[in-house]
Design a protein around this ligand. Structure first.
Ligand SMILES: Nc1nc2c(ncn2[C@@H]2O[C@H](COP(=O)(O)OP(=O)(O)OP(=O)(O)O)[C@@H](O)[C@H]2O)c(=O)[nH]1
Ligand SMILES: [Mg+2]
Length: 359
């Protein structure tokens, strides 16, 4: 791991676990501040073959970490200078916690990895925001787009005040879309029982995450999972079919599903295109009635493989005809989702503002 030059302004020495607090091959604990060398000299024992008192800069050294004559772990120690070092310990959660407690006992302030990077990184705030987003990125497309922004954005921001009003408005609009993407986009699937909501959810997720069956009322509790829409990560929420419930449990499942749809960025109203037109119309009205007027939606006519009838006439609504079972029309549906959420405006060649996502 690269060791940044320290630039903490205070007298404090801070330490953080900069890898996840989870089982793994190694854990990396970083230290920064004026007491770094003093603390490490106290808690580390070098191997017998190397009895020199000094640690050579940027030279990995295998040491034992000692707490009151008890060995806590073996660690690779990397000291970049008197103020900054890293301990690469074994990756157990307990080991990392004990080493942090030891560092705290010797005067280091333990902080979160985000806080540590914020205090010590030499990257600009914009680069740090992009790095934070990169750590959380859930898709290759998003990662590539963020890497492109890391190149484009700093020089672009330096001449922001020279932009025309139109270019500035376009930049602000893209930045708003990106902020929503990085915060996490949610798409809810609603519609009558048996319309194929769960089959479509599985299709978009890419594996059989949700149980499907020809029994109406299969899905009870709402289920969320990450899906990629033309490579952009979104959270899909599959919900219980909307109908007059058979029992209190189903009624509660429908209520909770509806609640999910209320807060979604986009709702797919899934209809069974093989049902009679009046049944489809009633199901659509019921779906629409559950949504706030401002919620973007796409009406998805499913089971088009089995239906010879044209989808019911719709005016002014976004519609899509698919077969979730056979995977027909899914690419077009994804294009429509992308366009409705304006994700198609995010381009690797167009600078776009990045806001730090703190989830
Ligand atoms: N022919 C055809 N059948 C489909 C299609 N999509 C789903 N089905 C079938 O329709 C039935 C219901 O599918 P589900 O995905 O469980 O429907 P759902 O809307 O989630 O139903 P509930 O959970 O009960 O609300 C299953 O037998 C599916 O195999 C499709 O595109 N074509
Ligand atoms: Mg279902």
């Amino acid at each position: 791991m690269a060791s940044p030059s320290p630039n903490t302004s205070s007298d404090e020495t801070v330490a953080a676990l900069v890898t996840a607090l989870a089982p793994g091959a190694i854990a990396v604990i970083a230290l920064n501040g004026p007491r770094t060398t003093a603390i490490l000299t106290t808690i580390l024992r070098k191997p017998k073959s190397d009895q020199s008192p000094e640690f050579r800069p940027d030279t990995p050294t295998l040491c034992r970490i000692i707490d009151n004559d008890q060995t806590l772990d073996d660690a690779i120690v990397l000291i970049s200078d008197a103020h900054h070092a890293e301990l690469h310990t074994h990756g157990g959660v307990r080991i990392a916690q004990r080493v942090l407690m030891l560092l705290a006992a010797h005067g280091a302030t333990i902080v979160s990895s985000d806080d540590f990077i914020g205090r010590t990184s030499t990257a600009s705030p914009v680069e740090r925001a992009i790095d934070a987003a990169l750590i959380r990125s859930q898709s290759r497309r998003l990662t590539n787009w963020l890497l492109a922004q890391r190149e484009l954005l700093p020089p672009f921001l330096a001449r922001l005040d020279q932009l025309s009003a139109a270019d500035r408005a376009a930049f602000d609009h893209r930045s708003h879309i990106a902020a929503r993407l990085l915060r996490g986009i949610t798409i809810a699937l609603i519609g009558p029982p048996n319309a194929g909501k769960s089959t479509l959810a599985n299709r978009l997720i890419g594996h059989d995450r949700v149980i499907t069956s020809d029994q109406p009322g299969t899905t009870r509790d709402w289920i969320t999972e990450t899906a990629l829409i033309h490579g952009w990560p979104v959270t899909l929420t599959d919900t219980a079919g909307l109908r007059d419930a058979d029992c209190a449990i189903e009624a509660e499942a429908i209520r909770r599903g509806t609640q999910q749809a209320h807060t979604a960025d986009l709702v797919l109203i899934v209809l069974d295109a093989t049902a009679p037109a009046d049944v489809q119309r009633a199901a659509l009205d019921r779906g629409v009635a559950t949504l706030p007027a401002s919620t973007p939606r796409i009406v998805v006519f499913n089971k088009c493989d089995s239906s010879t009838a044209l989808p019911i006439a719709m005016s002014g609504a976004n519609t899509s005809a698919i077969s979730a079972l056979q995977g027909v029309g899914i690419d077009d549906l994804e294009s429509q989702i992308e366009a409705t959420l304006e994700l198609n405006l995010l381009d690797e060649n167009l600078p776009t503002g990045i806001v730090i996502a703190t989830t």
